[in-house]
Design a binder for this molecule. Structure first.
Ligand code: 6SD
Length: 250
């Protein structure tokens, strides 16, 4: 897949895109990145990308024209149909389902805003608006990097087979089971005996129960849509009633 990024801070993407997994993914040819400076599509001497808001109010708004020129030129440069993503706080909440959907596209063009926001007409360029969560950031660059990371690791061949995406507990819609490495005993805290047993069936069963327990206790909101057996669901629901008794907001 190919990912274009349009931003007024292209330099912040370099270290992230060249590091570990993202760098390997590029070397493998699983993904290609192109980061573009929005200012190349400005037309004035000062290369202005923002302006005062009509109607007054604080802050600046990003002008529409550079984004429109950027999208037109990037689309024209490659006949591959592109999905245009606008990163903004008003967008659809990013999650693993959306990452999997985007990972299957041939080409993404990520538009990053700054300042108070983008001119409303920039939204019309986007096939989808995405937010990475309900907190306010100063720009779309960090969310764009989050989206790139989540989507790139899902490209075929990027993950080693032992860490195949389907094996991860989040792809069952639940949290990861507890993990341990050596030493077997550390500051009086012991690795659960089952993990040292070599009994792979017992280990798999233990992990599954622990993942369900952890999810019920920490993220009960995930349980209704989680991929659970009837027994696991009953167990999770019992834990939720026990953990979140009336008036108890742990
Ligand atoms: C104006 C932006 C772009 C400002 C953002 C996205 C999320 N989830 N929180 N904040 C954001 C994106 C903020 O440019």
């Amino acid at each position: 897949m190919h990912i274009d990024v349009v931003t007024i801070f292209p330099e912040v993407f370099g270290p992230v895109l060249s590091s570990s997994m993202l760098g390997i993914a590029q070397d493998q040819g699983a993904v290609t990145f192109a980061v573009h400076d929005l200012r190349q599509w400005t037309s004035d001497r000062h290369r202005t990308t923002d302006d005062y808001p009509y109607g007054g109010g604080p802050g600046m708004v990003m002008k529409p024209e550079p984004f429109y020129r950027a999208v037109a030129e990037l689309k024209a440069s490659d006949p591959t149909s592109a999905t245009i993503v606008l990163v903004c706080p008003q967008g659809r909440r990013f999650d693993q389902d959306l990452a999997e959907d985007l990972a299957g596209r041939e080409r993404l063009i990520l538009l990053c805003g700054r300042y108070e926001g983008v001119d409303e007409r920039v939204r019309d360029l986007a096939d989808i608006e995405i937010s990475i969560g309900d907190y306010v950031l100063t720009g779309g660059e960090l969310p764009a990097m989050v989206i790139i990371d989540a989507v790139t690791r899902l490209q075929p061949g990027v993950l080693a087979s032992h860490e195949a995406a389907e094996e991860e507990s989040f792809s069952w819609g639940i949290l990861e089971y507890p993990q341990y490495t050596r030493p077997a005993s550390f500051q009086g805290k012991d690795v659960p005996e089952v993990l040292l047993s070599g009994d792979h069936a017992r280990i798999a069963a233990w992990r599954r129960v622990e993942a369900v327990r952890r999810t019920a206790e920490r993220r009960p909101d995930l349980i209704p849509s989680a991929d659970l057996t009837p027994e696991e669901r009953a167990y999770a629901e019992k834990l939720i009633t026990d953990t979140f008794k009336e008036g108890d907001f742990r």
